[in-house]
Write a protein that binds this ligand. Structure first.
Ligand code: NAD
Length: 292
């Protein structure tokens, strides 16, 4: 069994963009600027945004963090995005999800200029991804793809089972694994909360991507020998032994599943770190494309 180590791969990706960013700087060109908007102060969202800002600092990007009150009207967020859309210095915009109930996520995602859509959630980016055209890939699926590539995991002709069909993880990773390129060329089955016989389907899988948000859901009796298991789940579970009062749990029963696998991602230390690395890559590409 080999661990698909998010620490190693994300560092390699970040080192590569750091190097390319210093070359931009040395050539007197514009370096990337990522603007993040955080509405409210949800603990998990705070942590994600802080990691993204820290990565920008490590790499040498400019970052701007805009904090908005959780009770704002939608119009306030719209105005903030319009300002960032119009700001030539800003290359990438991310709005940390989820948003408070009074704000339409769909409306907000659609408002981000596609050239600055470094999260890859805009319908324009999604449409291009589906057609296999160059675009910003959504960060988590892109991170998974980079990880499979780094470890040269064979995907051609394999049966991949994706558990979860959200717009940000399940659906896009199912499209990417099905592409006619590497990593890709899988036969993909997408499962969701209404899928009967999930265990039987998983037992046929060479590759399983678990992205449902149920800690420990994928158990050893659902996984065949030598499968590749990618655990996307991140759930905070109360844990009195931790200083923070919680532990981070994935969707896979790691201890029992890992011995059966050819490759597996740990949680933490797996896909989560790759998501940030992928965002950094998208931001670099946004900057270079915009300032050609
Ligand atoms: P979501 O709630 O939007 O979607 C969950 C999906 O799982 C749905 O399609 C649902 O149909 C399916 N599902 C739920 N219960 C199921 C069941 N019993 N059997 C089969 N399918 C079931 O979640 P999401 O935004 O896609 O996130 C999924 C998980 O991934 C969460 O734990 C989230 O925190 C995590 N996540 C991690 C990263 C990362 O960087 N590692 C990024 C995004 C999301």
């Amino acid at each position: 069994m080999q661990i698909l180590d998010g620490k190693i791969v994300s560092q390699a990706v970040k080192d590569a963009v750091k190097e390319k960013t210093s070359l931009l700087k040395a050539a007197g060109k514009k370096t990337p600027h990522l603007a993040a908007i955080l509405v409210g102060s949800d603990g998990a969202s705070e942590t994600y945004v802080a990691s993204k800002v820290k990565s920008c600092e490590e790499i040498g990007y400019t970052s701007t963090l805009i904090r908005l009150d959780p009770n704002i009207e939608e119009a306030v967020l719209i105005e903030a995005i319009e300002k960032l859309n119009a700001d030539d210095d800003v290359d990438g915009i991310l709005v940390q999800l989820p948003l408070p109930k009074q704000i339409s996520e769909e409306k907000i995602i659609n408002l981000i200029h596609p050239d600055k859509d470094v999260d890859g959630f805009h319908p324009m980016s999604v449409g291009k991804m589906v057609q296999g055209l160059p675009t910003f890939l959504p960060a988590t699926p892109y991170g998974i793809i980079m990880m499979l590539e780094h470890y040269k995991v064979e995907t051609k002709g394999k049966h991949a089972v994706v558990i979860g069909r959200s717009n940000i993880v399940g659906r896009p990773i199912s499209i990417l694994l099905n592409r006619n390129s590497y990593p890709g060329n899988c036969t993909v089955t997408v499962c969701h909360s209404h899928t009967p016989n999930l265990k039987e389907i998983c037992l046929q899988a060479d590759i399983i991507v678990a992205a449902l948000g149920r800690p420990g859901f994928l158990t050893a009796d659902m996984v065949k020998e030598n499968a590749v298991v990618v655990d996307v789940g991140i759930t905070r579970v109360a844990d009195a032994t931790k200083k923070s009062g919680f532990a981070i749990k994935g969707d896979v029963d790691y201890v029992n599943v890992a011995p059966k696998c050819s490759f597996i991602t740990p949680v933490p230390g797996g896909v989560g770190l790759m998501t940030i690395a992928a965002l950094m890559m998208n931001t670099y590409n946004a900057c270079v494309a915009k300032n050609k």
